[in-house]
Write a protein that binds this ligand. Sequence first.
Ligand code: SAH
Length: 366
Amino acid sequence: MTELKEKIARLIEAAGPMSISGYMALCLFDPEHGYYTAREPFGRGGDFITAPEVSQMFGELVAVWLYAAWQACGAPEDAIIAEIGPGRGTLMKDMLRALDRLDRGFAARHVAMIEASPRLAAVQKEMLSGVPAPGAYGRPQWYRRVEDLPEGPLFIVGNELFDALPIHQYVKSAAGWRERVVGVGEDGALAFMAGAGAPDPTLLPPGADAAPESAVFEAAPSREALMETIAGRLAAQGGAGLFIDYGYEGPALGDTLQAVRRHAYDDALAHPGEADLTAHVDFAALARIAGGEGLGAWLMPQGAFLLGLGLLERAGRLGAERSAEEQERIRGEVERLAGPEAMGTLFKVLAVMPRGVAVPPFGGGG
Ligand code: SAH
């Protein structure tokens, strides 16, 4: 049993079953045993590999997009380049290198890293310490929350951030919809149960009444609150956002709570604090929130996004004059990032910008 599992079982004994949201928050951010607070989850030796860890081309192309968005927004002098939920810091490292190459004069911008885990912030500082700032960027600064950022037009990216924010689940029981909770079963093990609380009926998706018993639906108030904060700020102070995640266009019924440990799916209750815990992102909900703040929102699959920005050309340049082996590795990275069987279709890219501003490969309108 993991130490965190014992702690959770004790909490449940003392205070009763906890919401999925409370469980996720403890698993990911318990100060002592949380997955992001205490472990080194990313990369080949870790539990999973994210797009920036697959290839430097991901960060380079995201930088190309961010630069185009900055230009499309009138190239404001006081822009802030930011990443939220930067993990090991690889994406920002690749972006800064690419931005420097794109435009040496793209100087004196503020670079902001928004990270909730102090341990990961330290990893990121180390990662970015060697990145040259040749008269261009001031050293990056770290923040815990979007609200703490300095003022100014914000150009912000987040990869696999929204899927890490705690969700609530509701389950159809014989008595109707109930909050799904984590309790301790008769055998002493953690178990999913139907709790006492019923959801606000206005939250239920279409078809909820007719759903069979044990159907599950998810609500993500903290994810939506974060999107509201970001979109509100973009609407008030200018800028654009780009968010990439595993997700769908909801609303939909279904249990997407997912644990990954050592590159394999795991039981979500088996190794609290030792497995990554995520839920798929309802992009339609995030786009609606951006729209509510007066912004335009565009969505496309990761593969189409990267190919539209020139992934194949970038791969060709990167592979030029390299060995056949290196070229093969680069081809493999392209396939992983953009292939329909890999991350190309399941991962989606949401762009939010002022209405009327269009940045390829997203079309006009919005
Ligand atoms: N973007 C990285 C890491 C993804 S994991 C990559 O693609 O490899 C999720 C990251 O978001 C972790 O760094 C985690 O600590 C951070 N995080 C989770 N919730 C957060 C929040 N509310 N604010 C800022 N960072 C958060």
